[in-house]
Design a protein around this ligand. Structure first.
Ligand code: KDG
Ligand code: MG
Length: 402
């Protein structure tokens, strides 16, 4: 089998998505997600101008060699743009292989290790009461795990608190919006949220929380310690992890499980975190971390160190990414949990897919490949619109992490 062509398509059914379609001489095509929120067109150019010309004529079954060709062959390795572009190609190749062999991709990854994939949804509100109502809604929809975020008194906007609850979308058209941040106010408020949620919903429901990279290690240690009585499933992205060693400080002070890595793009962002057992869940995902070929190696290393997976699954990851993640999640042994934010109706219409939700679990479906398609004529009705994630400043105006 030979790759004959590949094209990159950009659409915006409510938000921007970049999709790669790889064609073969046997009439089979594969899809890959290449969406990098707020930097979409950089990946489009990387694929169109630099990778696709080297892809034509290759055998799509040689996904390992093609991955190495684009990774080692670039000289300039790693980085989110490079690794997202490589991931899109890698996904498309696994999709082609599944279709050509007439089997779901999970069968090429070792087969099913479980029946369904445990997922968590996103509850958020302007205050504790509203967040608590939202958690209740997720529980009544059948979710067994819920991430809870709440507005902080004295701050106008807080990460994770959405205008449209079910379809949380932080990227906005126009120039980046500016948010305001106070670590002191946040640290005082969050334990009250989880105290109230445990009182109302009991001990069984899994609760998660995302700090979104806003604390120093010792502040994260304080938060983790103060949340221990509420036994979170995980505390996510407590500190930016450019300095992986910083997590030694967090780890020695708290037993709250730690999750990290949605912005990582290669194993070299996480090797110390994993091999020193400084985290419990690795959040790297297919689309931003070099595809299935790289992520299965990350998961294999993590398995040796008692680290489980918890793939990123926000709305800026297209249904192609979600499907790829589900095939991966269901196959590996050290799966932990999968993030699941529902896409809008328009997005689901552009990307018809075989995966489905039932009673707190997602099921990838039994269709050959990933079981996702792309409706090109519908997608053409939603042209690209430049959009940015917010930026964040401290109360005195200092630029901070969003
Ligand atoms: O593009 C950025 C979003 O995917 C991110 O802000 C969402 O932190 C996030 C999460 O945990 O889903
Ligand atoms: Mg996050």
């Amino acid at each position: 089998m030979k790759i004959t062509d590949a094209k990159v398509m950009v659409c915006s059914p409510g938000r921007n998505f970049v999709t790669l379609k790889v064609y073969t001489d046997q009439g089979i095509y594969g899809l890959g997600d290449a969406t990098l929120n707020g930097r979409e067109l950089a990946v489009v150019s990387y694929l169109q101008d630099h990778l696709i010309p080297c892809l034509i004529g290759r055998d799509p079954f040689q996904s390992e060699d093609i991955w190495q060709y684009f990774y080692r062959g670039a000289y300039w390795r790693r980085g989110p743009v490079t690794m997202t572009a490589i991931a899109a190609i890698d996904m498309a190749l696994w999709d082609i292989k599944g279709k050509a062999l007439n089997t779901p991709v999970y069968n090429l990854l070792g087969g099913k290790s479980r029946d369904g994939v445990l997922v968590y949804g996103h509850a958020n509100g302007r205050d504790i009461e509203e967040t608590s109502e939202e958690v209740g809604k997720y529980i009544s929809l059948g979710y067994r795990a819920v991430r809870a975020q709440t507005g902080v008194p004295g701050l106008q906007s807080t990460y994770g608190v959405a205008k449209d609850k079910m379809f949380y979308e932080p990227a906005e058209k126009g120039l980046p919006p500016e948010n305001l941040w106070s670590t002191g106010k946040y640290l005082l408020h969050v334990p009250k949220l989880f105290e109230s949620l445990r009182l109302k919903f009991g001990d069984e429901i899994h609760l998660l929380h995302d700090v979104h990279h806003r604390l120093t290690p010792i502040e994260a240690a304080r938060l983790g310690k103060s949340l221990e009585p509420y036994h979170l499933f995980w505390l996510e992205d407590a500190v930016t992890a450019e300095l992986q060693e910083g997590f030694r400080i967090v780890r020695q002070h708290t037993t709250t499980p730690l999750a990290l890595g949605e912005v990582f793009n290669s194993i070299w962002d996480a090797h110390i975190l994993i091999t020193e057992q400084l985290i419990d869940y690795i959040r790297m995902t297919i689309v931003h971390s070099g595809g299935i070929t790289h992520l299965k190696k990350v998961a294999a290393l993590a398995e040796l160190y008692h680290v489980r997976t918890g793939c990123h699954g926000a709305t800026d990851l297209s249904p192609v990414s979600m499907a790829a993640a589900l095939h991966f999640d269901i196959a590996i042994n050290n799966f932990g949990i999968q993030e699941y934010m529902v896409h809008t109706r328009e997005t689901d219409a552009v990307f018809p897919h075989a995966y489905s939700f039932k009673e707190g679990f997602l099921y990838p479906g039994d269709v050959p490949g990933f079981g996702v398609d792309y409706d090109e004529s519908l997608a053409a009705k939603f042209p690209y619109q430049r959009a940015y994630l917010p930026v964040n400043r401290k109360e005195d105006g200092t630029m901070f992490n969003w």
